[in-house]
Design a protein around this ligand. Structure first.
Ligand SMILES: NC(=O)C1=CN([C@@H]2O[C@H](COP(=O)(O)OP(=O)(O)OC[C@H]3O[C@@H](n4cnc5c(N)ncnc54)[C@H](OP(=O)(O)O)[C@@H]3O)[C@@H](O)[C@H]2O)C=CC1
Ligand SMILES: O=C(O)CCCC(=O)O
Length: 482
């Protein structure tokens, strides 16, 4: 099935050494759509994490000493290889994540775009001079790479979440050791192989395939050479890593959970709002941190919106991501399925009405019917918890102040969306929403050129945009007497 079968790996790269699954403990990667095994990868422990970090420390100094242009050249080559092998990478990604092939192709393009972006940004790292308070002083600010960095990434974007961390780190002159999610290590391994083929020196990008997430997290937080940890995943694990990192005052970037409100005002373009809701809610079957989680619709168009949304949702086709016409894959795990079912049951018990879907899909496994719920209220679990699944709960609201208060009534602050045409309202609402990212009359906000990240308990720091490389740079002030 793959044009280049060597991209499907049963070994991982630690420093300059490829470690094979058969050499030691290993684990099986399965296709969530079929439950069938895809292969074995090494199950590495904290001891190997230390080795990877030591190798990173050894390689990083020489890497940082290269010119930005030289680092950029290797990143550009890596990006070209990702693009040249895009179809194979998308196939691997669909197989391990369940994402429909068209979405997987989109993710490979998205990941490659981050690598290109940071290859370009490598040459745009600027210091500054400051007007000195004394005539015999000169004050300067330098930017220097932070050093050895680590990352822990989730299963929902097995390529792009790694790409946007490691490309920024490498561009800045850092090395990175990555622990990918246990469910989706194969995309990460293919990326590492292509980085090696692009000429990236050994040690700068190691992949720790492992089922021992907690021990690896502890190794990343405690090893004295590690200067930074960048994490994407649940808020609960993010909090734990923040606590662990506090011991060494570790530099931490956190991209955590969301509970995105999607607000439709009476004056919105109804068709556009429905289309935006479909894109935002059902991307990767609802399993992204920026997916619409709570849909607030104003009284005047509530029924029309609900009816149109349900009609669109009925067109979605769950199935194996490799099958023609499939638009929704399975949920990633039984745990994810149980969470979706529990939220749905709670909502129903408290009076929500199922307009469409509402149960496990006839396909079995972890497939769930795309669902639209009406008459949802703030008392329900679904109003407060991230769903990470294909349920669109519709809340009814009357006025702007009320919906802003409800939208902000959450510990999360990642993405928010709204549809409105009145220009004054657009500004008011955009400014009042307590979120790191706001989509206005659009359901898709992600791009490599803009800063991605959240406020409140959705995270710390930004990825992508010109801000992304800053996360991997230290600021050094020089005070010179002359
Ligand atoms: N912000 C986002 O993009 C994401 C948010 N989520 C949210 O989190 C929920 C649960 O998803 P889940 O996949 O379990 O997310 P987790 O936060 O558990 O997993 C994300 C990554 O963290 C690793 N990890 C897990 N526990 C620890 C630990 N104690 N120390 C260090 N690393 C750890 C995981 O490894 P391993 O795979 O080996 O367990 C994985 O690589 C979702 O339903 C969703 O609400 C989930 C994924 C992404
Ligand atoms: O869900 C996530 O893990 C965030 C990535 C989504 C995106 O970049 O749009």
């Amino acid at each position: 099935m793959l044009t280049d079968p060597s991209l499907l790996l049963d070994r991982t790269l630690i420093g300059d050494r490829w470690i094979f699954a058969h050499e030691q403990a290993s684990f099986t990667v399965t296709n969530p759509a079929t439950g069938k095994p895809l292969g074995q990868v090494p199950d590495l422990d904290a001891g190997i994490a230390h080795q990877a970090i030591d190798a990173a420390a050894e390689a990083q100094t020489a890497w940082a000493a290269l010119t930005a242009a030289a680092r950029a050249q290797i990143l550009h080559r890596w990006c070209e290889l990702l693009r040249a092998n895009a179809e194979d990478l998308a196939i691997i990604l669909t197989a391990e994540s369940g994402k429909p092939l068209a979405e997987a192709r989109g993710e490979i393009a998205y990941g490659a775009a981050y690598i290109q972006w940071f290859a370009e940004e490598a040459r745009r790292v600027y210091g500054e001079t400051i007007a000195a308070p004394q005539p015999n002083q000169r004050l300067l600010v330098l930017k220097q790479p932070i050093g050895v960095t680590t990352a822990i990434t989730p299963w929902n974007f097995p390529n792009a979440m790694i790409a946007r961390k490691v490309a920024a780190a490498l561009a800045a002159g850092c090395a990175m050791v990555v622990k990918p999610a246990e469910e989706t290590p194969l995309s990460a391994l293919a990326m590492a192989l292509l980085a090696e083929r692009a000429g990236l020196p050994a040690g700068l990008f190691s992949i720790l395939t492992s089922t021992q997430a907690e021990a690896i997290g502890q190794a990343f937080c405690s090893h004295p050479r590690v200067r930074k940890l960048s994490f994407t995943g649940s808020t609960a694990v993010g909090r734990q890593l923040l606590r662990q990192g506090a011991e060494r005052v570790l530099n931490l970037s956190m991209e955590l959970g969301g509970n995105a409100p999607f607000i439709v005002f009476d004056d919105a373009d109804l068709e556009a709002a429905v289309e935006g809701a479909m894109r935002s809610k059902y991307r990767h079957n609802g399993q992204t941190c920026v997916c619409a989680n709570r849909l607030y619709v104003q009284d005047g168009i509530y029924d029309a919106f609900a009816e149109r949304l349900a009609a669109q949702v009925a067109q979605l086709r769950p199935g194996n991501g490799f099958d023609e016409g499939v638009t929704l894959g399975p949920l990633i795990s039984d745990r994810a399925l149980a969470k979706v079912e529990a939220q749905l049951e709670d909502a129903r018990n408290q009076g929500a009405r199922v307009l469409s879907g509402g149960q496990r899909h006839a396909l079995g496994g972890t497939f769930f019917e795309p669902t639209v719920l009406t008459e949802v209220t703030a008392a329900m679990r679904i109003a407060h918890e991230e769903t990470f699944g294909p349920i669109a709960p519709l809340f009814r609201f009357h006025d702007e102040a009320e919906v802003i208060a409800q939208a902000n009534d959450t510990e999360y602050g990642l993405a928010a969306y709204f549809y409105a045409r009145d220009l004054s309202r657009v500004w008011r609402v955009a400014e009042a929403l307590e979120y790191g990212m706001v989509g206005i009359n659009t359901g898709l906000i992600s791009t490599e050129v803009a800063p991605f990240g959240g406020i409140k308990q959705s995270g710390l720091g930004r990825e992508g945009g010109r801000q992304g490389i800053e996360e991997y740079l230290e600021t050094k002030y020089l005070c010179m007497g002359i």
